[in-house]
Design a protein around this ligand. Sequence first.
Ligand SMILES: *Cc1c(COP(=O)(O)O)cnc(C)c1O
Length: 346
Amino acid sequence: MKIRQLLRKNIAAMEPYSSARDEFTGKASIYLDANENPRPSDLNRYPDPLQRILKTELSQVFGIKSERIFLGNGSDEAIDLLFRAFCEPRQDDIIIQPPTYGMYKVAAAIQDIEVKEAPLKPNLQPDLYSVRKRTGPNSKLLFLCSPNNPTGNLINKQAIKECLDYFPGLVVVDEAYIDFSPGNSCVDMLENFDRLVILRTFSKAWGLAGLRLGMAFAHPEVIAALNKIKAPYNISQPTQKRALQALEGIAEMKRQVEASIREREKLSKDLLALPYVHEVFPSEANFLLVRVPTPQKLYHYLLQKGIVVRDRSRLPRCENCLRFTVGLPSENQKLLAAMWDFKFKE
Ligand SMILES: *Cc1c(COP(=O)(O)O)cnc(C)c1O
């Protein structure tokens, strides 16, 4: 299946908006083409709609070509655009593998796309039989999240490859947390699998959730489709500038990640020492999923101590589970102190 054939027909046929900055990309001394305010300031000009300088740097850092990189207002924008480019409302469907990130379902609902669920197996790996059973001719997107939110485990690369072999649409691997599991990215598979899409974000390891910058890595035709339908200036100038700065600090980011991993392992051990903690899921991310006897009661107890965690107990395979982000050492100490004081028997 060619990527062009996967596109919605109206998207393939449409003429995209052409901005002033699309039509003229060279250097001039006088810009009278975009109705900007001519008085010079740091922000009086529109930003580069295709973020070329930033993509050149990203291409160095991640070892992939610029034409395989899309930048969005968070990776949530990339998710939304994948639906808008590839899924025909009320006709196509997508497959998700719960328990997983909630945005896939929301983005599907917005576009009126049917969501088929193939839950992960008890070992939290894809149930390939179930995925295959739910896959039909109108299945356009298959989502995998690795490391998975909220369970924290990596998805086997072999399972991802098997999905790519028989799934007719795009296989989207959400790697929001992969920086916490160095060496396990699927980026090296991009050259060999045209229908693979990898999602990355600056919101987690890079410490820039407030910036709103996400990435999709994919075949140039997929990237071209997303660029065709995105808002012309979707990444602001300050965002592009701040991201370039962040890339210069990659060594510091890696040091922080190592510290966070050490802290995660310590917190995991400390949580398991609590008599009422049944299970702490092994994690390759910056959070821990923890099974307790009375999750709602513990959730409200912690809240009343000023500590907010995430209740994931209604998701399949996450019965009685709360999700804790790994915080600063001092924050984790306070969490543990509060949890030791929790009267779990009453
Ligand atoms: C946090 C998270 C994201 C990040 O989304 P942004 O829009 O880039 O902030 C994406 N996917 C998963 C699974 C996440 O947990």
